[in-house]
Design a protein around this ligand. Structure first.
Ligand SMILES: CC(C)(COP(=O)(O)OP(=O)(O)OC[C@H]1O[C@@H](n2cnc3c(N)ncnc32)[C@H](O)[C@@H]1OP(=O)(O)O)[C@@H](O)C(=O)NCCC(=O)NCCS
Length: 196
């Protein structure tokens, strides 16, 4: 899997975007994005510059280990850092109910919101996951109240069963960001959708 990604997928282009591996030069963009209260509305805290530095190190380490980790999204025309979107193997503070799994996730700078950027990047990575990596399923998770993110999941054809809602590991049960939804997309459904 690693070889496939590193050889064939270190940098790809979609209509408006470059999707690529993490680089040191992304640090300024990460600090701005992870320190922005609009972006971090559904996370338990903003990241300090030091935490963003650690975040970038983790992304790069996970990418080395698995071949991918929420790849970078860049503006094709200007080269600006827009955030991240793509596949990841979860490694959170505790196991998710759907593990082992490959998830898809996104975080973009607010200037880019509402233009279909998340969906454009995610569509590429879903195709890559199902066609190149031959995954059986890709999942996505978010807090119940993150309707923007849920809308992206729905636009990608992912489906949600309320019976699978879960408490995020190691978060107090009475914390407003504890309850999470799980969306799934199977390879069969993806192929059905894309053959239309
Ligand atoms: C979630 C996020 C990546 C979406 O990016 P985006 O590029 O704006 O997404 P898209 O433009 O592709 O689609 C957004 C959809 O959500 C809809 N939307 C926006 N705000 C919404 C809201 N409050 N409630 C419901 N839907 C909403 C938009 O209308 C659009 O759907 P439409 O095309 O049918 O109109 C972006 O908002 C973000 O980075 N948020 C902060 C980080 C975050 O929460 N990440 C997810 C963690 S799980």
């Amino acid at each position: 899997m690693e070889e496939v990604l590193l050889d064939k997928c270190s940098r790809v282009e979609t209509e408006r975007l470059v999707l690529r591996r993490w680089e040191e030069r992304d640090l300024d963009g990460v600090i701005r994005m992870n320190g922005d209260p609009r972006v971090m509305e559904f996370f338990r805290s903003l990241n300090t510059p030091d935490e963003s530095r650690q975040f970038l190190e983790i992304m790069m380490r996970q990418e080395e280990k698995h071949g991918f980790c929420f790849p970078v999204v860049e503006d094709k025309e200007t080269g600006a850092f827009l955030g991240f979107c793509g596949l990841n193997i979860p490694g959170y503070s505790g196991p998710l109910p759907c593990e082992p799994c490959v998830e898809i996730g996104w975080r973009l700078t607010p200037e880019t919101w509402g233009k279909g950027i998340a969906v454009e990047a995610a569509k590429f990575w879903l195709r890559f996951g199902f066609e190149t990596l031959q995954l059986d399923e890709i999942v996505a998770i978010t807090v119940v109240q993150n309707h923007k993110s849920r809308r992206v999941m729905e636009k990608l054809g992912m489906t949600h069963d309320p019976a699978e809602d879960f408490d995020f590991p190691n978060v107090d049960q009475d914390h407003p960001l504890c309850r999470h939804v799980l969306y799934r997309l199977s390879a069969d459904k993806f192929h059905e959708q894309t053959s239309d």
